[in-house]
Ligand binder design. Structure first.
Ligand code: ADP
Ligand code: ASP
Ligand code: MG
Length: 463
């Protein structure tokens, strides 16, 4: 089971998470994966940014805040010798972080591999607190560093696991612990390359850590504890009438996550699909309700639209030939190569038939690298005016309607567009894959919330 940042957000929350872990551990071999306490990863990253910018006071302030937050939590959770012992571990982790941050300060630079090693501190701190508290309750828990188990490639900041090597490590480290009835509390988010360099799995990556471990350990189930009652028909912060879905398929959950439903990290389900390991999305604030079960196929079968999700940190990039002598297909192929070289993911792609111009949607964070690679690829065409300057529109958002079996609902797309336009929101681009699973719609950013609510209502997703 995995506990997210809010589920680890305070001493009180850690107590609840520990109680849920203990209950599971008393019934069956269990591995716990933890996120950093809420906001801690942001604070660590901010501290490194201050360090890079030469702002020593800003860095010191954040180091103090991080120290106080964990010290207070430790004091609320533990007493006596166990408190001092755990506090010593916390001090050691923060000392390591501050050593790296000072290195960044001296260099005036934040090399990605140092960032990955440094930000792992968040999960190491929370794992130490959780393991310490469980031990104080008589549970044989032990904090385990994710980087001692999860082996990844060397893409710092967004690494991918190497599953066979991870399986070997998990069998050597976690299986004996489980056989001896111990409860490993593994740090989420981080791993290491084969030669031991620390990496991270991307923001929100603790879900992914948990699914990687569930897969290599052949777990019978994975439970992801968060702060919502499961996977809902929409983000409850945008749509108050959103409903908990009892079951969704892997494909639906993956599409939702990929298109912005923060409740799951987009890559969580991939390691589990082949083995059919079911995932429960549950609320650690409300553990009496079962949550959502993610399964290969739902009992009801494909029922059409089930949920709507949205994303605003996106950019629409247009590539537009100015001359008919260019082959549109060739331009598209080279653009996609540039996107791949920039390590960017295409969230939606549309093209018109005659003018051969096309546009694609990417995450804003990936924009600088994408523009650099596109301008490099097309330097000649741009210099000679064969290609219009590459156009970027940041004032957009993506809405995605997800559900298996939407093809069996004729007129659905029309109804969705009507519902959106009745809110006076303009549709800028449409992308519907052949998978019948997702309809993607790009609209103006300020219309996104209205559009999400309108689609939710029109498709009857709250019922
Ligand atoms: P954790 O810290 O436990 O990993 P996250 O904050 O990453 O939790 O994800 C949970 C949040 O995801 C919820 O608070 C909710 O606002 C948001 N969310 C977005 N879309 C959905 C959805 N369709 N169903 C449930 N939650 C959603
Ligand atoms: N702590 C990491 C983050 O904030 C990973 C996670 O919480 O899943 O991105
Ligand atoms: Mg999360």
């Amino acid at each position: 089971m995995k506990f997210g940042g809010t589920s680890m957000g305070s001493a009180e929350r850690i107590r609840s998470a520990a109680a849920l872990s203990e209950e599971a551990w008393r019934q069956r071999p269990t591995v716990v994966v933890v996120s950093a306490m809420a906001k801690v990863t942001d604070m660590l990253l901010e501290a490194l940014r201050h360090a890079e910018g030469g702002d020593e006071a800003g860095l010191e302030r954040l180091l103090r805040q991080l120290d106080e937050k964990h010290r207070q939590c430790c004091a609320e959770l533990l007493e006596g010798a166990r408190r001092s012992e755990t506090q010593r571990v916390l001090d050691g982790i923060l000392e390591e972080f501050s050593r790296i941050a000072r290195g960044v300060f001296m260099l005036g630079e934040r090399p990605p591999r140092s960032v990955d090693e440094a930000v792992a501190a968040g999960e190491r701190l929370s794992a130490a607190l959780m393991a310490g508290f469980l031990q104080s309750r008589g549970v044989q828990a032990e904090a385990v560093n994710g980087w001692d188990v999860i082996v990844t490639d060397a893409v710092f900041g967004n690494a991918s696991p190497l599953l066979p090597q991870t399986r070997e490590k998990a069998c050597a480290l976690l299986v004996p612990a489980l056989e001896q009835r111990r409860l490993p509390v593994v740090t989420g988010f981080n791993g290491a390359t084969l030669d031991g360099r620390p990496t991270t799995l991307g923001r929100g990556g603790s879900d992914f850590s948990a699914s990687i471990l569930a897969s290599v350990l052949d777990a019978s189930e994975l439970w992801i504890w968060s702060d919502v009652d499961g996977i809902l028909s929409a983000d409850p912060r945008l749509v108050p009438g959103a409903r908990v879905l009892e079951e969704v398929t892997y494909r639906e959950a993956a599409e939702l996550a990929y298109n912005g439903a923060k409740v799951l990290h987009p890559r969580t389900l991939a390691p589990l699909m082949e083995k059919g390991i079911p995932v429960w999305s549950r609320n650690s604030f409300n553990p009496s309700i079962p949550g959502t079960k993610i399964v290969p196929e739902t009992k009801d079968g494909p029922v059409g639209p089930r949920a709507v999700t949205s994303m605003t940190n996106v950019a629409l990039v247009s590539v537009d030939p100015a001359s008919a002598v260019l082959s549109g297909t060739r331009i598209m192929a080279r653009s996609l190569e540039a996107l791949s070289a920039a390590n960017a993911e295409v969230l939606a792609l549309t093209s018109s038939s005659y003018r051969q111009n096309f546009c694609f949607l990417i995450r804003t964070a990936e924009l600088p690298a994408v523009i650099e690679k596109l301008e490099e690829t097309f330097s000649l065409e741009l210099a000679h005016g064969y290609l219009h300057p590459i156009d970027v529109d940041l004032d957009v958002g993506l809405i995605a309607i997800v559900g298996e079996g939407m093809r069996g609902h004729p007129g659905l797309a029309g109804r969705i567009f009507t519902a959106i336009s009745q809110q006076m929101v303009n549709v800028i681009a449409i992308a519907q894959g052949s998978s019948e699973l997702t309809i993607g719609i790009v609209v103006r950013k300020d219309g996104i919330e209205k559009a999400v609510r309108a689609v939710h209502e029109e498709c009857g997703l709250g019922r």
